[in-house]
Design a protein around this ligand. Structure first.
Ligand code: ADP
Ligand code: MG
Length: 712
């Protein structure tokens, strides 16, 4: 037995513990607990804090509480056939409560009159008196201090594994091997991290503790200060490891890949700017400068351009593409839908009319001949700018000399890594655009290897949008408002979540479907107006035709699914009705709303729901009603729902966090990022001997995932 104790290491399998055994080990494995190391780093998900002793008048039915007092009376209330009830009266200067114990006759001996006790349990009101049935009782000798309250860890559980079992196991493993742990973060690093964290406003009653102490305090905290310091240490460590990996990757992209330098000049810029029919906003100019600086280097730009719907991202992309063509290379723009690709193609053709630049289009609905033509001219270099959908990714598309890839509405693709588009033997520059603003912490983590540009100003003259969260009684008034706008010559969108009622969908009945909405509106509220229908099950030609009729004003109302969410530009459309809005995410709602802020007229969005909503859903829609800033919304969405899709898709490469919480720990992320960057600037491969353990962790967790290769 004693031998087993000395031999326990981090790698010891827990089934060899006498307290575990095979059956239990099997259940624990479901929690990922196989070795002693796993157990040690299985952090509590929460803690049970003992409530401070309460006063009698603060007690609440059904809420656990503790209380200190003196026993003033003890009686055995009844005793029949071996059954007993002991009643104990406990008093302090705030009042008295009664304790009841069934079939525990020893309680009468234990709690004699005059004994001080600390009790805890869940009280019930019986008449005018609070009663505790079988409370936990701690005897306090006279003159003794109150016992120190114990903070208990709460672990995630699985079938057949109970809380006390895990508490015992973690205690045991801590006892046995906490002292064999080697420190990952040297003293100096912990010290400087402590200073940075404090400067960032994070409360630390003590410096970040070294690992042996931290691991004990996280499982069995002595008090709240120790707990907080230990948790912060591990959160910081986890984020630091991630940030080091990202910093290494950013560095690697600049040293391993070769891109064509495409420098700008005053002449080139003047020629490009002259083609835009408007003044650029300050933000657009700033972002163009950032992009021009990136593209002038001989390693690929890797930049994400985020900007709210209508902030003018396309113009920035056109600038980058023209810069690329001016440098003698081809550029490609990929859009998530054919409608959008065609729109971009039109915009480019207008701006570049009567220039020598050739623009090609490649998307699913082309005829075989058109397609062959586009592919040939791309391969020969005759096409300078190619616009298309995902069909660009097909293998037959080869470029002569590709210098720049632009991806529009990146969040629609879920493209996790750089798209495999190349030609001409170099790595193209890469510009990704997204109208779903990325919360700060996500930008610093999941997108941590990407440079970020942001358009916050809107182009001048953009209409404002009013958003109304509708109540049931509003429908008539709203539709009459819509008719008024139509009579004034404006156009309207109506958005509904589904295509048709599907019988096998259990909640189909309360889901508005575009087809029935279309029928109802055309026959009733909007009778006499020209109403069109657009949804994802229509063929591309049909969709295209409907969109064009709407854009040209031949249709006044477009009833649609979220097909219109992405990028459609019809400035005359100023009214939008969103039905079944609880089906949509905040980001999606905001994208939809962006469709009616394109012109000079104020936009109006009315949001209806199917039936009554639970409070949290309602909260979400209220946020939408009150906030028109996409960045604020993104942060709110992130708080309310977690990172969701945005992160999920791109995250494919990222391991889940064990203790850090990207929404909650955003300040710590920022500190970790700053420290990681300066560490990598100083020692790119973390080759200092005292960092070797840290380096191992980085490589173990992220080496493969981020393709860090063998940095050593
Ligand atoms: P985004 O892609 O960011 O949603 P777009 O690039 O499609 O936005 O721009 C939205 C509209 O604003 C387009 O009609 C575009 O021509 C116009 N626009 C862009 N920049 C400016 C500007 N600086 N001044 C005036 N209009 C602009
Ligand atoms: Mg756009």
């Amino acid at each position: 037995m004693s031998q087993q104790v000395t031999e326990t290491t981090l790698a010891t399998k827990i089934h060899s513990f006498s307290s575990v055994g095979f059956a239990r080990a099997k259940r624990l494995a479901k929690l990922g607990l196989v070795t002693a190391r796993d157990v040690l780093f299985f952090f509590p998900r929460d803690y049970e804090f003992p409530a401070p002793p309460a006063k009698v008048d603060q007690l609440r039915e059904g809420e656990s509480a503790s209380l200190v007092g003196e026993v003033t009376d003890t009686e055995v209330v009844s005793r029949t056939a071996g059954k007993s009830v002991v009643g104990v009266l406990v008093e302090n200067d705030s009042g008295a409560v009664r304790l009841l114990f069934f079939n525990q006759p020893f309680r009468a001996e234990q709690m004699r009159t005059g004994q001080r006790v600390l009790i805890s349990g869940t009280p019930k009101l019986n008449g005018l008196r609070w009663e505790f049935v079988h409370p936990k009782v701690t005897l306090i000798s006279s003159g003794e201090d109150l016992p120190k309250p114990v903070i208990l860890p709460i672990y995630s559980l699985t079938d057949g594994v109970k809380q006390p079992e895990l508490r015992l196991l973690t205690s045991e493993v801590c006892e046995r091997i906490a002292d064999t742990l080697t420190e990952v973060m040297p003293d100096s690093l912990r010290q400087s991290a402590t200073e940075h964290l404090r400067a960032a406003g994070i409360h630390l009653a003590q410096p970040l503790p070294e690992i042996r102490q931290a691991i004990r305090q996280i499982h069995r905290p002595d008090d709240i200060d120790n707990l907080q310091a230990a948790r912060t240490r591990f959160v910081f460590q986890e984020l630091l490891v991630m940030q080091l990996a990202l910093a290494m990757r950013r560095r690697k992209l600049t040293t391993d890949l070769l891109a064509p330098p495409l420098p700008t000049s005053a002449m080139i810029e003047a020629r490009i700017m002259n083609r835009f029919p408007f003044e650029l906003t300050g933000d657009q100019r700033r972002v163009m400068d950032e992009i021009a600086a990136d593209m002038g280097r001989q390693f690929p730009m890797n930049r994400l351009l985020q900007g709210d719907v209508g902030s003018g991202k396309t113009v920035v992309a056109i600038f980058a593409m023209m810069l690329c063509v001016a440098g003698g290379y081809q550029a490609v723009l990929m859009a998530p839908t054919e409608v959008l690709a065609r729109q971009h193609h039109r915009t480019l053709s207008n701006i570049l009319a009567d220039s020598r630049v050739t623009i090609g289009l490649l998307c699913g609905s082309l005829s075989a001949a058109q397609r062959r033509d586009a592919i040939e001219k791309t391969a020969s270099g005759e096409i300078n700018l190619l616009v298309g959908t995902q069909s660009l990714l097909s293998e037959s598309v080869q470029f002569d000399q590709l210098g720049l890839v632009v991806i529009d509405e990146q969040h629609k693709f879920g493209v996790a890594q750089r798209v495999a588009l190349r030609g001409g033997g170099v790595d193209p520059h890469y510009l990704v655009m997204s109208a779903t603003p990325i919360p700060r912490s996500v930008a610093m983590t999941v997108f941590g290897d990407v440079e970020l540009s942001t358009l916050r100003d809107k182009p001048p003259g953009r209409g404002t949008v009013n958003t109304y969260l509708a109540h049931d009684g509003w429908k008539d008034r709203w539709w009459s408002f819509v008719r008024q706008r139509l009579d004034e010559g404006r156009q309207a969108f109506v958005v509904a979540p589904r295509v048709a009622e599907s019988v096998d969908d259990e909640d189909a009945e309360d889901v508005s479907s575009v087809e029935s909405v279309f029928r109802e509106l055309s026959e009733d509220k909007l009778r006499g107006y020209k109403v069109g229908l657009l949804h994802g099950r229509m063929s591309n030609d049909e969709k295209q035709a409907v969109m064009q009729s709407f854009a040209a004003g031949r249709l006044q109302v477009l009833v649609s699914t979220t097909v219109i969410e992405v990028g459609i530009d019809v400035p005359n459309a100023t009214v939008m009705t969103i039905l079944g809005s609880q089906r949509f995410g905040l980001a999606q709602l905001h994208q939809l709303r962006g469709r009616v802020s394109r012109g000079t007229h104020a936009g109006h969005v009315c949001v209806f729901t199917d039936g009554e909503l639970p409070p949290d859903e309602n909260e979400r829609l209220k946020v939408f009603e009150q906030t028109s800033d996409g960045f604020e919304l993104a942060e709110a969405d992130f708080r309310l729902r977690g990172p969701g899709d945005l992160m999920g898709r791109r995250q494919s490469g990222m391991p889940p966090m064990r203790i850090a919480d990207l929404a909650r720990d955003v300040e710590i992320v920022a500190v970790a990022r700053e420290i990681a960057q300066s560490m990598i600037d100083e020692d790119a491969e973390l080759s200092a001997p005292e960092l070797s353990e840290l380096r191992n962790q980085v490589m173990r967790r992220y080496g493969k995932r981020l393709n860090l290769g063998d940095v050593a």
